[in-house]
Structure formats: structure tokens, C-alpha cells
Design a protein around this ligand. Structure first.
Ligand SMILES: Nc1ncnc2c1ncn2[C@@H]1O[C@H](COP(=O)(O)OP(=O)(O)OP(=O)(O)O)[C@@H](O)[C@H]1O
Ligand SMILES: [Mg+2]
Length: 260
């Protein structure tokens, strides 16, 4: 059986999610193959973050199936999914200000493996080599985003725009199979956004599934191979940047949002 090509990457089928009477996701089916940068766009409240939460196991959909490389994820916990290689950044930066930048990045390692964070941060002699290794990996991940020089600075003293890149390093440190980015450019100025585009292009690889949720259309159009458009929990369009840009339904949704 050719598992390599059958359902490779992250696949969601007919995902439904409701909170009380509110239908947040309505039959969303979408595939995120490796080696492709996929955009997920849509107006505020469309369900983009909720969809990420379903993929990572934070939310349990009311129905539908999610699989990673052909493996069904139903009933698989969020921490287990992290260990399977599903990694994400958060729309609202979630870092500990009192810990150093490197220590914050090390958190990402512990999402992706069994031993606890304490093993890597506490000064136990038995954990020394583990600790060194995890610091080494954190610095490697920081180099990926051009921030290794900030390794020992407390995260609380780092500019908000830069913290977005620290988040990215935290998400990459465990060498994930899947990278889900929730508004990575939020709060970045235009030169920081340019740098981010460069960094994301460097991170992209044939093996990596990359999904970008973003309101910055320039970034989306520049970086994505394929774009999916959500509106009120329904996928209304999918295609190349040019196709999506030319889609009248998409224009209508965005014009409608701009009118509010
Ligand atoms: N835990 C929850 N309980 C109740 N309602 C929720 C919950 N999470 C999300 N929602 C609702 O689901 C809808 C979609 O929200 P979501 O955050 O997924 O949108 P989004 O597309 O990420 O929007 P934005 O672009 O503003 O980040 C919203 O109406 C939101 O209020
Ligand atoms: Mg969101």
C-alpha cells in the first residue's frame, strides 16, 4: 500500500463545530499537503482559529475526521498530536516574560516529547546533558529566525514584533511535520513583515505542512501556493492566489466586512 502519497499531510474531512446554537465550522473539508504553503483567510469570526483548535486537538469537532499522513486523529489528545509533529503559533503571543528567550523556545521541545519541562530547566546533574541538548536546539531554532543573539534576554524585555519570531522558533524547535501559524504578522511593522516573509520561505520545505492564517493580504498573496477562504464557518473558495483574488464571492465577503 502506498501510504506515502495516500492522504499525505494533514487532512480534514467534513468538520462541524458548534458552540450552543452557533455553528462555527460547517462541513469544512480541506487538505494540507507537505511542501505546500497553504493560506487560510476569512473575515473576523469566520472560524479560522477554531479550525486550528480542531486540528491541534484543543477543540473537539462535533463531527468529521482529521488525519495526519493517513493516521486518524480522532480521540488523540492535544499533547499527543504535538508529539506526532503538529505545531502551532498563537494569535495572541503566549510566552513567559520572566523566562529567557531560549527557555521559552525550549517549551516547544517539551510539547513535542515526553520528558517534562522541569527536566530541562532545573539544575539536576542527571538532566545536564538533556538540558544542554535542549538549549542547543533552542539556539538552532532561534538562528532559523535570526534571533540567536537574544537567547539569554528575558522575553519580557523583547519588542512585541520580535516576540512573534520567538513564537515561531518555539513552534519550530521540535522539527514539526505541521506548522500552523495564526496571524504571524499581527503587530509587525512593514519591515518586520518583510523579514517574516523571508523567514517563512526559508522554513518551508518539501516535508513541512505549512498553514498560514493571516489578515495581511500582501503576505498571503506573496507566500501561499494555495489559499482557502472561510466565511461564517463555510469554505467558500480555494485556489491559487490569482484564482482567489479573481473570485467575485471572495471580493464580496471582504467588501462586506469592510462596510461594517
Ligand atoms: N470556546 C468558544 N466558545 C464559544 N464560542 C467560540 C469559542 N471559540 C470560538 N467561538 C466563536 O466562534 C466564532 C469563530 O471564532 P474564531 O476565533 O475561530 O474566528 P477567527 O476566524 O479566528 O477570527 P479572527 O480573524 O478575528 O481571529 C466566533 O463567533 C467566536 O466567538
Ligand atoms: Mg483567529
Amino acid at each position: 500500500m502506498d501510504m506515502a502519497n495516500h492522504g499525505a499531510g494533514l487532512v480534514a474531512k467534513e468538520i462541524k463545530l458548534a458552540f450552543g446554537g452557533l455553528q462555527v465550522l460547517n462541513n469544512v473539508s480541506v487538505s494540507f499537503p507537505p511542501g505546500v504553503i497553504t493560506g487560510l483567510i476569512g473575515p473576523n469570526g469566520a472560524g479560522k482559529t477554531s479550525f486550528f483548535n480542531c486540528l491541534t486537538g484543543l477543540y473537539r469537532p462535533n463531527s468529521g475526521d482529521i488525519s495526519l499522513d493517513g493516521r486518524a486523529l480522532k480521540g488523540v489528545s492535544a499533547s499527543r498530536r504535538a508529539r506526532l509533529g503538529i505545531s502551532r503559533t498563537f494569535q495572541h503571543v503566549a510566552l513567559s516574560p520572566e523566562l529567557s528567550v531560549a527557555e521559552n523556545v525550549q517549551f516547544g521541545l517539551h510539547a513535542s516529547r515526553k520528558s517534562g519541562l522541569a527536566d530541562a530547566l532545573l539544575p539536576l546533574p542527571s538532566a545536564w546533558s538533556d538540558r544542554e541538548e535542549s538549549r542547543h536546539k533552542a539556539i538552532e531554532a532561534l538562528s532559523l529566525v535570526g534571533l540567536s543573539h537574544l537567547a539569554d534576554v528575558p522575553a519580557g524585555g523583547v519588542a512585541p514584533g520580535t516576540l512573534r519570531l520567538v513564537e515561531l522558533a518555539r513552534a519550530m524547535v521540535g522539527r514539526p511535520r505541521v506548522l500552523l501559524l495564526d496571524e504571524p504578522a499581527a503587530g509587525l511593522n512593514s519591515s518586520e513583515t518583510k523579514d517574516l516573509v523571508q523567514t517563512l520561505r526559508q522554513i518551508a520545505s518539501r516535508e513541512l505542512v505549512m498553514v498560514v492564517v493571516e489578515h495581511d493580504m500582501d503576505l498571503i498573496m506573496q507566500i501561499c501556493d494555495v489559499i482557502n477562504v472561510l466565511n461564517f464557518g463555510t469554505l467558500i473558495a480555494a485556489g491559487t492566489p490569482a484564482e482567489v483574488q479573481a473570485n467575485p464571492l471572495v471580493a464580496e465577503v471582504y467588501l462586506g466586512a469592510a462596510d461594517d
